[in-house]
Design a protein around this ligand. Structure first.
Ligand code: G1P
Length: 297
């Protein structure tokens, strides 16, 4: 039987330069999608998949993130005194149990692979998940839960996969997969940010991974790869060569790249439209905007 996945790593050390000046004082992961910080979506998805231990790989200037998961005694007391039960419940959902959350610092920006490796002592010798909060996935069954269910049958490593336009392949980790029609695709190789035209397929890795401790060990002794960074993809590629136990997982759902401004805006609109308290008003507004735009053309 495959071991249950109860730990998840959230690499959140990035500087978020694409969102300057906002990220000068606010960590990117605290930026709000409708009314919740980006990180909350990743946490909720992890919880829904059965994760009970949350490991954040942080860096300087991420204090607001740590505070966000803490209790806010003054705020709670004020809301209680005013009888604002509903808001108290909203706050309650953000509190993490004592000991459920751990922070480890990445003190040099050496890449995603290095960030995950920084968490090695907290992960120990068991399978673990990695969630990149920039990738927000709207799905009926949360993406990581879909993956955990598939992993329970296959074991090994499982990486979320999505087709991307060929001209975008050089922005992703790209999978070399055996031809197949199902959701689970055995991988023959993986390459990080291939040169344009050199990609083995158009199937890109999206920021959800279930990994074995072997991948963690590879991270400790691989060389820097693309961009001079220690790449998670390179450790996975090594594991494919050694054990052939890595699968791409074509998830069901819509992924938004909230690491880009366009993606963040699209997610904001999509999540806003999906909300029962906001959707109708927003749809009306967007409709009016489109009419105005067309009239002006
Ligand atoms: C990272 C990974 C890449 C993956 C991508 C998914 O790249 O290195 O393999 O395809 O996340 O979002 P980054 O977006 O950090 O450049």
């Amino acid at each position: 039987m495959n071991r249950r996945v109860t730990k998840a790593v959230f690499p959140v050390a990035g500087m978020g330069t694409r969102f300057l000046p906002a990220t000068k004082s606010v960590p990117k992961e605290i930026m709000t999608l409708v009314d919740r910080p980006l990180i909350q979506y990743a946490i909720d998805e992890a919880r829904a998949a059965g994760i009970t231990e949350f490991i954040f790989v942080t860096s300087r200037g991420k204090g607001a993130l740590e505070d966000y998961f803490d209790r806010a005694p003054e705020l709670e007391a004020t809301l209680r005194a005013k009888g604002k039960t509903q808001l108290l419940n909203v706050l309650g959902a953000t509190n993490m149990d004592s000991g459920a959350i751990a922070y480890v610092r990445q003190n040099q920006a050496l890449g995603l692979g290095h960030a995950v490796w920084c968490a090695r002592h907290l992960i120990g010798d068991e399978p673990f998940a990695v969630l990149l909060p920039d990738d927000v996935i709207a799905a009926e069954t949360p993406c990581l839960k879909q993956m955990v269910e598939a992993y329970e049958k296959t074991g090994g490593n499982m990486i979320a996969a999505m087709e991307v336009a060929p001209e975008l392949a050089s922005s992703y980790g790209i999978m070399d997969v055996a031809p197949g029609v199902g959701r689970v695709l055995p991988m023959r190789g993986m390459v990080e940010k291939p040169a344009p035209g050199a990609q083995p397929s158009n199937l890109a890795a999206i920021g959800r991974y279930i990994l074995t401790p072997d991948v963690l060990r590879h991270l400790g002794d691989i060389e820097a790869g693309v961009g001079g960074e220690i790449q998670l993809t390179d450790a996975i590629a090594r594991e494919i060569t050694q054990r052939q136990n890595v699968h791409g997982f074509r998830f069901e759902g819509q992924r938004y790249d909230c690491g880009s401004k366009a993606g963040f805006l699209q997610a904001t609109v999509a999540f806003g439209l999906a909300r029962s308290d906001l959707g109708e008003e927003l749809a009306q507004f967007l409709g009016d905007m489109m009419v105005q735009r067309q009239a002006a053309e």
